[in-house]
Design a protein around this ligand. Structure first.
Ligand code: K7E
Ligand code: CUA
Length: 768
């Protein structure tokens, strides 16, 4: 009891930040809460390890596959707070992904055989590496269903490119990068003919093929270059996961397979199903590939082109010592290379062992030409016993392995037993086991597949959550479980439900390696990373209507958005016109995003500071179509609105002037001016506060000040218009412009106050 009290008071003093002397009250509070919520000391300890105080940041960022949602999920560790869903293969309206023309062009790159696809089955994200460690620049992810790879730039967490594999008809074993991201590796899964035509299944052995694709990544451009990419042809063995060699095994890659039986099902014809036929042999094949040599052969013209893509045929690969096979236990799943590159760990789903292969022994066997024979395609098979380092009994249904910071220590997911096994692959012994809820697939340790894993935390990515959360219908959330691996025994800390498709793989990077931007350069097309030709400056907004020789007309809007108006606010078109709207966000302040939604046209844009986005549609119905900003961006956000007016063909206006609304007088105008002059005094005080301090030492404040200066400039312009109208006795417009003058002042004050708060919170100093 005494010990328990001591732990408690320690916890309280650290967690609540109170000195021991004043801890008694908090301790009493804590005990009360623990009792009321039924929490144990273990729970409190777990909470202290994951709880991140308000405003706090996480040590790691995880990128998880969103499975068949076709997205990537970004969350923090250890808090397990979701930060973003990145639209990748699936439209995502909040981000305008798949709604603005710029991102539609990215999704269209992923069309397969003329078919536009609006989902993907994402499995394995990979962070770009430099010298075998995450560099935080790019993220890649595969689509298993439609063999594609997407490139996400971690400068802005946006999808920039989708490439389609023109040979494969499914693609699972990727994305995995080589140690300097020279290539992004993806392997086919279900064998199929490379060509797109019909080939009967009785030609399976001869015409159906697997393969491993090495996508050349052009880091300067930040894009994959398909013309320099290639496929190493492989037998129809149902290739599964891959991993790239590193250090000792750099230049090589490893891909396993689960149906070297080459079985073809047909359950409806009375044949045993695939599952029986694909698991009948005791072993399948690990493919060991010298990708560096393969790349050289392709460069020398030793490959051939199929569907316009480079292919290294099996016979050329075999003749040049590019491909070897190693038997691996029954229907394996994961293949993982150790941080030093010396060992390759393979887990057989139907075996209770993991098999550790020695790269050194593999090389020795190859050098000595010590083969156990050849497969039907002439590929040399290395004798299993000669290249095995050890086999360890880890539990039933081992799948994937991740590496700890501690030498030789690894974690393997055990699917059937719902466990994680911690074991030593050098000495070949089990160290610890922990139960998982339920049926773990992949698992992720911090930077756990690099040359320098961080250890600390492990996340179990589970296939089922069953009874772990409040029930929400037959479709359950997915369950990511956070485990503390810093001690000798693993400790379960937290369950995080994710309401998106199956979590396959995830990768976690130290957060301080990421350097995302907070705004775009002005007028930026974020998808091509270049200045948009539609960039529009303040005061240069315009709407044009041009018609071609066939009388087809286009209304083209070059507009801007800034708190709190969309310019233009009225767009006119004739029924049948094509409407193109380009909008540039003029804001420079952090997080000042505007949205743009329009009635009835499937238009929803996200316009982050500096970004230019476009939408194109046909105004095929006459009518009135309001549009508005979809982000609550300021006090007058609801007023951030406008109308698209689509007139019937040949419509003639009765009167050309706009005269709706309230009528204002000289008194109204003068009252508004008095308010504005008072507001200016407040602004002057804030400006005095800022300029008296070393604000130039704070880039965030400098940006805010620039933005505020802009707004104040706009205020000046509006004031001039108001005064000009008043001089002419036009109090209607004088009042409206005086009001607009005030709106700009409010925005200036808002920015100024944000800057002032920042300076106060960051200890700015008074300068002389
Ligand atoms: Cu779900 Cu890597 Cu596609 Cu295993 S994979 S679990
Ligand atoms: Cu911009 Cu609301």
């Amino acid at each position: 009891m005494k010990r328990k009290k001591r732990i408690l008071s320690l916890l309280v003093s650290t967690a609540v930040g109170l000195a021991i002397s004043s801890g008694a009250f908090a301790q009493g509070q804590l005990e009360k809460i623990m009792k009321a919520r039924g929490l144990t000391q273990k729970d409190i300890l777990a909470a202290a390890k994951t709880y991140t105080p308000t405003g706090g940041r996480d040590e790691y960022l995880a990128f998880a596959s969103g499975g068949q949602s076709g997205q990537v999920i970004v969350y923090g560790i250890p808090s397990m707070r979701i930060l973003k869903y990145i639209g990748v293969f699936t439209p995502e309206p909040w981000q305008g992904y798949g709604f603005d023309d710029e991102s539609k062009a990215v999704l269209a790159q992923g069309d397969v055989r003329g078919q536009h696809l609006t989902y993907g089955d994402t499995h394995h994200p990979a962070i770009s590496e430099t010298n075998g460690d995450y560099d935080g620049q790019y993220l890649f992810i595969n689509d298993k269903a439609n063999p594609r790879v997407a490139v996400i730039d971690l400068k802005d967490f946006e999808t920039k490119q989708i490439v389609v594999n023109p040979l494969f008809k499914s693609q699972h074993g990727g994305a995995f990068v080589t140690p300097n991201t020279e290539y992004v590796i993806t392997a086919s899964q279900y064998p199929a003919p490379y060509e797109n035509g019909y080939v009967p299944l009785d030609q399976f052995n001869e015409k159906y093929r697997g393969g491993i694709t090495y996508w050349k990544f052009d880091r300067k451009k930040g894009r994959i270059d398909p013309s320099k990419s290639f496929v190493v042809e492989a037998p129809p063995y149902s290739q599964d996961l891959s991993d790239a060699g590193k250090l000792a095994s750099d230049g090589w890659s490893f891909t396993n397979s689960f149906c070297s039986e080459r079985y073809v099902g047909g359950i409806e014809r009375g044949r045993p199903p695939f599952e029986a036929g694909c698991s009948s042999k005791d072993t399948d094949f690990l493919h060991v590939i010298n990708w560096r040599k393969a790349a050289k052969l392709i460069a020398e013209g030793k490959g051939k082109k199929i569907n316009g893509f480079n292919v290294l045929p099996i016979d050329v690969a075999v003749k040049n010592g590019v491909m070897f096979l190693v038997p691996e236990p029954k229907s394996p799943h994961g293949v993982d290379v150790s941080p030093d590159g010396k060992y390759i760990i393979v887990s057989g789903k139907l075996d209770s062992h993991t098999s550790v292969y020695s790269f050194d022994k593999i090389m020795k066997a190859i050098k000595a030409k010590k083969f156990a024979g050849k497969d039907p395609y002439g590929i040399p098979i290395l004798p299993m016993k000669d290249v095995l380092h050890t086999q360890v009994q880890v539990g039933l249904g081992p799948l994937h392995t991740q590496f700890d910071a501690k030498k030789c220590v690894v974690y393997t997911s055990i699917y059937v037993d719902s466990m994680v096994t911690k074991w030593d692959y050098c000495a070949g012994k089990v160290l610890d086991q922990i139960h998982i809820h339920y049926n773990i697939g992949h698992l992720m340790a911090m930077e756990g597949d690099t040359e320098h894993p961080d250890g600390k935390y492990l996340v179990a990515l589970n296939k089922l959550s069953i009874d772990r959360f409040n029930p929400v219908g037959p479709l359950h959330p997915q369950n990511h479980q956070l485990i503390d691996i810093s001690g000798k025994k693993m400790q379960l800390l937290y369950d995080m439900p994710i309401p998106l498709g199956e979590p396959h793989y995830a990768v976690a990077i130290k957060a301080d390696k990421l350097k995302p931007e907070v705004r775009y350069r002005s007028g930026w097309n974020s998808r091509t990373d270049s200045r948009s030709p539609y960039k529009t400056r303040a005061g240069r907004e315009k709407t044009e209507r041009h018609c071609d020789a066939d009388g087809k007309c286009t209304v083209e809007v070059f507009g801007t958005v800034i708190r709190s108006h969309i310019n233009p606010e009225i767009i006119e078109a004739e029924q049948g016109d094509t409407v193109k709207i380009h909008l540039t966000n003029l804001e420079r302040a952090e997080d000042e995003v505007h949205g743009f939604a329009m009635y009835g046209h499937n238009v929803q844009l996200s316009i982050e500071p500096g970004k230019t986005v476009s939408t194109t549609f046909v105004a095929d119905q006459e009518g009135v179509f309001p549009y508005y900003c979809t982000e609550f961006c300021s006090a007058l956000h609801l007023e951030m609105e406008g109308y698209l007016l689509v007139k019937p063909k040949g419509y003639k206006a009765e009167k050309a002037s706009l005269k709706a609304g309230t009528v204002y007088t000289k008194a109204d105008y003068e009252k508004q001016v008095a308010t504005n002059l008072k507001t200016q005094k407040v602004i002057d005080q804030v400006v005095a506060f800022i300029t008296a301090r070393n604000f130039k030492d704070f880039p965030t404040v400098v940006a805010l000040v620039e933005d505020a200066t802009d707004q104040l400039g706009f205020a000046k312009g509006a004031r001039e218009k108001a005064e000009a109208a008043a001089a002419k006795g036009d109090y209607q417009n004088a009042m409206l412009w005086a009001n607009q003058w005030w709106q700009y002042q409010v925005k200036t004050a808002d920015l100024g106050l944000r800057a002032k708060t920042y300076l106060e919170e960051h200890g700015a100093k008074v300068v002389k």
